[in-house]
Design a protein around this ligand. Structure first.
Ligand SMILES: [Fe+2]
Length: 361
């Protein structure tokens, strides 16, 4: 089979812009990979970056080796090249098309955007991963709309799990797969909507459980307060107390990322009437703490999706939330307090029982 001539439209990519290579969006690529005739997917990153995670059924051809090895790739099949953020893949596809690979396209936004939009179970990492210094994986649970996290320092293989779900097996598998040593289990707050998994994970790993010092939990734990640092290898979780959704609520900062629990969700904030919360405290926590962080700070919430009347997204930034979040755009403290206290549906009957169970030994 011969390759398509250059003036035919590509079978599935977005229309070309002048001077641009064909791009495939993350959600489109996921659909293609799940479909009957998936494209050839080429990872252009270095072996070290690839070691942190890659797309399923792809092949590796680092960008630096592309000029010598491009003939190993098929010209007669749709091909999607990707890098971490998208720019190197565009260069590679530009090169490939100049060599007759007219079915080549680049993954828009790279594996980072793919993990953000299409498959959050693929680990995400910052551009500093070339120093091998931070690793982050999200664990979405579609049944509960909860998000848990594993964040680790690859150099020392020490990791922390944040807000684990009741079933410890996904975290145990990820820990074993990556050779991680779990040095802490952290709950951002006392959950009212789902049964928490700290005890089950503690029983399997013996890792200590860390909670906000205001937590009334009865099981053994180590309290965290404003300004505390919880080290994992060369990195650390830095603690911000952000009461409001609950009194014991913590926001956990690791470099430019914050794990916000239910203090700040994507497009919303967690209700303050489900446990011992306070809309006044939430307003202070948001305006005095979280919104003072740089706009580029990445926001990793504890919930997503329809079950919580939220979008199907897994990560945001402080700047995006500042600009678009309904709760943050009320315009005044009084309007925020009214927004947080009026018009919510009744508290689900089982929430008090779930809180009691989450605090028990
Ligand atoms: Fe919550």
């Amino acid at each position: 089979m011969s390759a398509a001539p250059p003036d035919l439209p590509h079978p599935y990519v977005r229309p070309d812009r002048a001077g641009a290579v064909p791009l495939v969006g993350p959600v489109e690529l996921k659909a293609l990979l799940d479909g009957p005739d998936p494209p050839v997917v080429v990872d252009l990153r270095t072996a070290k970056e690839r070691g942190f995670g890659h797309l399923p059924h792809d092949r590796s051809l680092p960008l630096a080796e592309l000029p010598k090895r491009f003939e190993e790739l098929p010209r007669d099949r749709p091909l999607v090249a990707y890098c971490q953020f998208g720019s190197e893949a565009r260069r590679a596809v530009d090169f490939l098309r100049s060599r007759g690979f007219f079915l080549a396209a680049a993954l828009e936004g790279g594996i980072d955007e793919y993990a953000r939009l299409a498959d959050p179970e693929i680990p995400r990492y910052g551009s500093d991963v070339r120093d091998g210094t931070l690793w982050l994986r999200q664990f979405p649970r579609p049944d509960t709309g909860c998000l848990a996290y594993l964040v680790g320092d690859p150099e020392t293989a020490k990791a922390v799990v944040v807000d684990p779900g009741r079933d410890p097996s996904p975290y145990l598998r990820a820990l074993a797969d990556g050779g991680w040593q779990l040095v802490g289990i952290v709950e951002t707050h006392t959950h009212a909507d789902h049964l928490a998994g700290h005890s089950a994970l503690h029983e399997k790993t013996d890792a200590p459980i860390f909670l906000g010092h205001r937590s009334p939990a009865q099981y053994p734990h180590r309290p965290l307060a404003e300004g505390d640092a919880l080290p994992f290898g060369n990195d650390a979780i830095h603690v911000l107390e952000t009461p409001g959704h609950t009194r014991d609520h913590l926001t956990l900062r690791v470099r430019d990322k914050i794990f916000t629990g239910d203090t700040l969700l994507i497009g919303a904030c967690g209700r303050t009437d489900l446990g011992d919360g306070s809309p006044e405290l939430l307003y202070e926590s948001l305006t005095q703490k979280l919104l003072t962080l740089p706009d580029t700070t990445e926001v990793y919430p504890a919930h997503f999706g329809r079950r919580h009347a939220l979008v199907e997204r897994y990560c945001s930034t402080v700047g995006f939330e500042r600009a678009t979040n309904e709760a943050l755009r009320q315009g005044s403290r009084a309007a925020f307090l009214a927004y947080m206290t009026e018009g919510w549906p009744p508290k689900p009957a089982e929430f008090d029982r779930i809180v009691a169970e989450n605090l028990a030994l």
